[in-house]
Ligand binder design. Structure first.
Ligand code: NAD
Ligand code: LMR
Length: 346
């Protein structure tokens, strides 16, 4: 045996891991199929962190789920210590340290996000209770399934003993889309751009904000808006492209984004657990504490920094009138969604 000390494996739950059932007529293998190998290769939790995967899906997808398990074993990933594939929510949630919630029914072409709520909200209510009872007490939860912010809010409401800071939703994909749009526009590498912000809902009301974004140039760090970049583009096309990117992918692929969503979910968890680099913030959907005048009791995407497994909202950024209006629109959208979600539960 090796004398090298190995870390204790972390247990990672992925719900909706079979990733095919809801869209049997479209591309096979969605987020679950893309993310499982990323987690098993250490992309989410680091190259020295062994993992145990708990894969959950519903009974009609059990055979496909088992196929995913077979492939994960066949890949002989060094960090992957065990794979549990199950259709039992209790078993799936047992002692998990990390929960990636993909399970649900994705939006199809022409479908509004609110149409999905009546299907997805009850799932999040049920899974909240299972996590509350069976997950590790410091379990970190990332909701990806749409409507992501509102599913996360429902999960929070029905899992009152999980610290509210531990329940988050994915807006990192939108954040990464914004970085890449700016990099393309400025003809720089995406790694040279940082500190965009996604405010609010992971829906078309989200506000991608480049007012504080920074690009590294040969002369050091500069604010994007002070560079030779068209202000009209930043206030219009940039915002629209990022807001509508999910819909554009659905139109092109006939299925919602999968590899980019999986990659963004890894980025979200990676930075939350291992920290954001100095001078850099990222966007995460988190429980609002009222920062920036955003109503409390919604899961809203803010700029956050992470250290030692905890996120904190970046405060004190100057907000102009243009931004204020857009931040409020997406807050209102979330309050409306919350009402619809509650009505789905009655
Ligand atoms: P998919 O249809 O390929 O996979 C969803 C899986 O969930 C299916 O295998 C289905 O059987 C399973 N499922 C359904 N009900 C379940 C339940 N009660 N418990 C466990 N599993 C259940 O979909 P996908 O393409 O992987 O997308 C997953 C979700 O992520 C969708 O809601 C999609 O809209 C959303 N999404 C979010 C973002 C984001 O940035 N937040 C990006 C892309 C997709
Ligand atoms: C995405 O952003 O790619 C997904 O959330 C697609 C969707 O359902 O809007």
């Amino acid at each position: 045996g090796s004398l090298k000390m190995e870390k204790e494996p972390m247990k990672v739950l992925v719900t909706g891991a079979a990733g095919m059932l809801a869209q049997p007529d479209s591309l096979f293998g969605q987020i679950g199929y893309a993310i499982a190998p990323m987690i098993a290769r250490g992309i989410m939790l680091g190259p020295d962190q062994p993992v145990i995967l708990h894969l959950l899906d519903i009974a009609p997808a059990a055979e496909a789920l088992n196929g995913v398990k077979m492939e994960l074993l066949d890949a002989a990933f060094p960090l992957l210590k065990e794979v549990h594939a199950t259709t039992d929510v209790t078993e799936a949630c047992k002692d998990v340290n990390i929960a990636i919630m993909l399970g649900g029914f994705p939006r199809k072409e022409g479908m509004e996000r609110k149409d999905m709520m009546s299907k997805n909200v009850p799932i999040y209510k049920e899974q909240a209770s299972a996590l509350e009872e069976h997950a590790a007490s410091d379990c970190k939860v990332l909701v990806v399934a749409n409507p992501a912010n509102t599913n996360a809010l429902i999960l929070k409401e029905f899992a009152p003993s999980i610290p509210k800071e531990n329940i988050t939703c994915l807006t990192r994909l939108d954040h990464n889309r914004a970085l890449s749009q700016i990099a393309e526009r400025l003809k720089v590498y995406v790694t040279d751009v940082k500190n965009v912000i996604i405010w609010g809902n992971h829906s078309s009301t989200q506000y991608p904000d480049a007012n504080h974004a920074i690009v590294t140039t040969t002369n050091g760090e500069r604010l994007v808006k002070e560079l030779d970049i068209d202000d009209h583009w930043l206030k219009n096309e940039f915002i629209n492209t990022v807001q509508q990117r999910g819909a554009a992918i659905i139109k092109a692929r006939k299925a919602s984004s999968a590899l980019s969503a999986a990659s963004a979910a890894c980025d979200h968890m990676h930075d939350w657990v291992l920290g954001t680099p100095k001078g850099t913030w990222v966007s995460m959907g988190v429980y609002s504490d009222g920062s920036y005048g955003i109503p409390k009791d919604i899961i809203y995407s803010f700029p956050v920094k992470c250290e030692k497994g905890k996120w904190s909202i970046v405060n004190g950024l100057k907000i102009d009138e243009f931004s204020r209006a857009k931040m409020d629109v997406t807050a209102k959208d979330l309050i409306d969604e919350k009402e619809v979600a509650h009505s789905c539960l009655n």
